[in-house]
Design a binder for this molecule. Structure first.
Ligand code: SAH
Ligand code: SF4
Length: 344
């Protein structure tokens, strides 16, 4: 069985053409999927029963099975563990702020990049998610948030996996969700976070979309970065910063730099000054987060004082810098922390 969420609107039109159905039926199916949020064939009241039956023989609508939900003690962060038909598991996290509701979604089962402090990296890569599996995480999130009387406002690709290691499926999922005749979520509401795959950043620059870009830097010299983020050996800082310059030149859109502060390792004034030198005078914003403790990793979160000092050095250099609140620590909401736990 194929998954309807894996099809683009163009694909759907082709399917209906082959079935000898008029073109507007394709739009009706698309609207049912993405505007009404229908998930069962019998809900598609706009389509004739016989057509629904024929579609039902070949297609399923979605494939994520919700297995666990963890809710943080303040109720503002929820983490979902989904089982896929092949037995693998992925996570989606919903975060509620005063003005925004954000879904943090996965792009792969596991990750090949092996960053030292990351629970997903510790799992290794099992496989890429299909565009439909990415789309469905967003649809389910939107539905949950709607049930609470609010709207999903933002989607960040900061769950499991490296989005630019699954470039095609990630971009086509976003395009599906962006389609104005369907779900209609604006490009600016999406953020792709990458560990710094240089060819991906260059390719992304050429797309000239309004999708936001975040780069997980975590260190400002090659020696330290290679020890935390192994892919730095392949794409060292000079190449990465060149790619960022290229992106800024092509798009004139601000890049967010992500930095997980680890006590005594990358939370030092020396690193802050080196980072300021890398970014000075360019369109960057720095997002600091104190490390989420992870079982397999010895490093500790930076303290509040060193975080504040780090932030000050950047601010004094004229670089916008915020400290992100850690959310949902009590429910293992750090990326990959739930899926990597032994099944219980
Ligand atoms: N692979 C992409 C996106 C997924 S990870 C990337 O690396 O950017 C999303 C963010 O979570 C990244 O900035 C990553 O460095 C960060 N992260 C991973 N493990 C973390 C941890 N234990 N504590 C804090 N941040 C972590
Ligand atoms: Fe992969 Fe991102 Fe985790 Fe690194 S931080 S291992 S790139 S998911």
């Amino acid at each position: 069985m194929e998954n309807l969420y894996d099809l683009s609107l163009g694909d759907v039109r082709k399917v209906f053409e082959e079935l000898g159905e008029p073109g507007y039926r394709a739009d009706q199916l698309w609207q049912g999927l993405y505007q009404k949020g229908w998930t069962r064939a019998d809900q598609f009241s706009t389509l004739p029963r016989s057509l629904r039956d024929r579609l039902g023989q070949k297609y399923v609508i979605g494939c994520l099975r919700q297995e666990r939900v963890l809710i943080s003690s303040d109720g503002l962060t929820r983490k979902y563990l989904y089982r896929l038909p092949d037995g693998s598991a992925i996570e989606t996290v919903l975060m509620e702020y005063s003005q925004r509701q954000t879904a943090c979604i996965s792009s792969q089962v596991g990750c090949a990049m092996g960053c030292s402090f990351c629970a997903t990296g510790n799992m290794g890569l099992s496989r890429n998610l299909s565009r439909g599996e990415i789309v469905e995480q967003v649809l389910k999130s939107a539905l949950t948030i709607k049930e609470g009387g609010k709207e999903l406002t933002n989607v960040v690709l900061m769950g499991m996996g490296e989005p630019f290691h699954n470039y095609e499926e990630v971009l086509s999922a976003i395009r599906t969700l962006n389609d104005p005749g369907g779900f209609g979520m604006g490009m600016r509401r999406f953020t792709i976070s990458t560990v710094g795959l240089v060819p991906g950043i260059r390719r992304f620059a050429a797309e000239r979309t309004q999708i936001n870009l975040a780069i997980s830097l975590h260190a400002a010299d090659d020696e330290l970065r290679s020890s935390i983020v192994p892919i730095n050996k392949k794409y060292p800082l000079s190449a990465l910063m060149d790619a960022c310059d290229h992106y800024l030149g092509e798009t004139n859109r601000r890049i967010t730099i992500e930095w997980a502060l680890i006590e005594g390792l990358n939370d030092t004034p020396d690193q802050a000054r080196k980072l300021a030198l890398l970014l000075e005078g360019k369109l960057f914003h720095v997002n600091l987060i104190q490390l989420n403790p992870v079982e397999h990793y010895q490093g500790r979160p930076a303290g509040d004082r060193s975080a504040a000092e780090f932030q000050n050095i950047l601010l004094e250099a004229g670089i916008p810098c915020t400290i992100r609140l850690r959310r949902g620590i009590d429910i293992l909401a750090g990326c990959g922390q739930l899926a990597s736990q032994p099944q219980r």
